[in-house]
Design a protein around this ligand. Structure first.
Ligand SMILES: NC(=O)c1ccc[n+]([C@@H]2O[C@H](COP(=O)([O-])OP(=O)(O)OC[C@H]3O[C@@H](n4cnc5c(N)ncnc54)[C@H](O)[C@@H]3O)[C@@H](O)[C@H]2O)c1
Length: 466
């Protein structure tokens, strides 16, 4: 897509000519929310692309042209599979045939809330077993600054091949220091900025930040992504690229904590925080609006800042903003439960044995992802207090088991009769498909954590914002 070659482009001649002729084999490891759209993007741009995953069920489904991610239609996969531009496999021996290998595996926290790099390490070891000279390896998984050089590189060089860490200078488009051909393979970091369900920006429209362990690696990665992405920004190291991604997510985490804390204050002061934010966002400069809610969810914002906080401890540096934001955001589900309890008390009911319907399990509206969803914690807290809890989510007919929770629940349709049969309905995820006026009309009490009912005119006395 980006035909203009950067002036400083000096990746290996063979790699460059394979990119030009679109014969470069692209391997994407980890076919989840990040890896699958990325692989399909390269396939759509004409590159023979292979997706690798340890989950054989996903591999089988993709090979049949099926999808397991709601916003990626099966037809988009079937088209690329049919054209023989995309295939999925669990055979990591095929990595040797790849010219570029992009790592998109999970980077969760362990039970002590410390970085769990098991997936990255296992994947890198699998690559190291197949590594051959000339290959470009790019880590895309979000992680702390230093991972590419300190973890991935150290595992890859066990193959006997080399890739020296050499500083370089860049103006964002070009390397402005001399570039020599260094080492046997190329290694870079390029953070994934996928926002599942975002209809405004498609993957290729989101600028791609790229940093290499040396100039050749950076330029090779720049050339690769330039084939599929509209804008590439070169940075001077993998550490800068890693830190840029964590800054983006920490910025969101801290700002969400700020509005969550101000929401609690506004509730106490009898001020509508959502109206306040609408007013503040009319300022055309210097203010970015964030929405308060029931707590953080997803694979990024609740997790990534803690990768940095962990790394910062090595430098005896306390990351106070991150810790404070984590504390405020983590307390939000408890705050929701307190509001449900108090709202019931005002109606002379108690939480114990109350029948509660949770609307929305996904961590944000209109997506089918429940990782780290605050709904799960809210259900746990309500059940701990003796409430009988049901749920509905259009994307989850059954509540799947997660690493932490296994409630064994099946969705209850929010019909008029069903809504009326509960003591309280709690809106945790503001899916667009819900008829909020009908919910308020039929439910005796609605606790709304997202201001989803703002357009509802009738029976507002039943609504408790929290
Ligand atoms: N989901 C997002 O919105 C998002 C956005 C930006 C960045 N990220 C980052 O991207 C990375 C991947 O996230 P995701 O949401 O795509 O995760 P995901 O859980 O949706 O997908 C990960 C995939 O990797 C596979 N996998 C695990 N170990 C593997 C291995 N050893 N070899 C091959 N495949 C393996 C899993 O089976 C799964 O299919 C994470 O670091 C995440 O922080 C995610």
């Amino acid at each position: 897509m980006n035909e203009a070659r950067p002036a400083g482009f000096q990746a290996s001649a063979a790699f460059r000519s394979k990119l030009q002729s679109k014969t470069a084999q692209i391997g994407v490891i980890g076919l989840g929310y990040v890896g699958l759209p990325l692989g399909l993007l390269f396939a759509r741009n004409g590159f023979p692309t292979t997706g690798f995953d340890i989950d054989q069920a996903k591999v089988d489904m993709l090979e049949k042209g099926g999808s397991y991610i709601r916003h990626i239609p099966g037809s988009a996969i079937a088209e690329q599979v049919g054209e023989k531009r995309f295939r999925a496999t669990g055979d990591f021996g095929d990595l040797q045939a790849m010219d570029a290998i992009l790592i998109c595996v999970p980077t969760p926290l362990d039970q002590h809330r410390e970085p769990d790099l098991t997936f990255v390490c296992r994947t890198t070891e699998a690559i190291a077993r197949q590594l051959r000279p000339g290959q470009l390896v790019v880590l895309e998984s979000t992680t702390y600054p230093g991972t590419t050089e300190e973890v991935v590189l150290q595992l890859l060089v066990k193959s006997g091949l080399s890739c020296p860490v050499l500083p370089y200078v860049t103006d964002g488009s070009h390397v402005t220091t001399p570039v020599e051909t260094e080492g046997d393979f190329l290694l870079a970091f390029s953070p994934e900025r996928e926002d599942p369900g975002n209809k405004q920006f498609q993957t290729h429209q989101i600028p791609k930040v790229v940093g290499g362990v040396n100039a050749s690696s950076a330029l090779a990665a720049q050339a690769l992504y330039g084939q599929a992405f509209e804008k590439i920004l070169l940075v001077s190291s993998t550490r800068v690229a890693e830190m840029a991604k964590i800054l983006e997510n920490t910025y969101r985490c801290v700002n969400i904590a700020l509005v969550n804390e101000l929401k609690l204050l506004c509730l106490r002061m009898g001020i509508d925080i959502w109206e306040v934010i609408e007013a503040a966002r009319t300022k055309p400069f210097g203010f970015t609006a964030f929405s308060p809610g029931p707590g953080l969810g997803g694979h990024c914002i609740p997790i990534d800042p803690f990768y940095l906080a962990w790394k910062a401890r090595e430098y005896e540096f306390p990351t106070r903003f991150i810790e404070l934001a984590g504390e405020i955001n983590a307390a939000m589900p408890e705050h929701v439960v307190t509001y449900v309890r108090d709202a019931l008390n005002r109606r002379r009911q108690c939480l114990q044995d109350a029948r509660i319907l949770i609307l929305g399990i996904a961590y944000k509206k209109d997506i089918d992802d429940l990782r780290e969803s605050p709904s799960l914690r809210i259900i746990e807290l309500l059940k701990d207090k003796g409430a009988q809890v049901d749920y509905h989510d259009p994307y989850f007919p059954r509540l799947p088991r997660t690493r932490k929770y296994d409630f064994g629940l099946t969705a209850v349709e929010p019909t008029a009769e069903a809504l009326a049969s509960y003591d309280a309905v709690v809106i945790v995820t503001d899916h667009s498909s819900y008829d909020y006026a009908a919910i308020v009309r039929h439910a005796p009490l609605v606790v709304d954590t997202r201001n989803a009912t703002k357009g509802v005119k009738e029976h507002r006395e039943k609504i408790v914002l929290c």
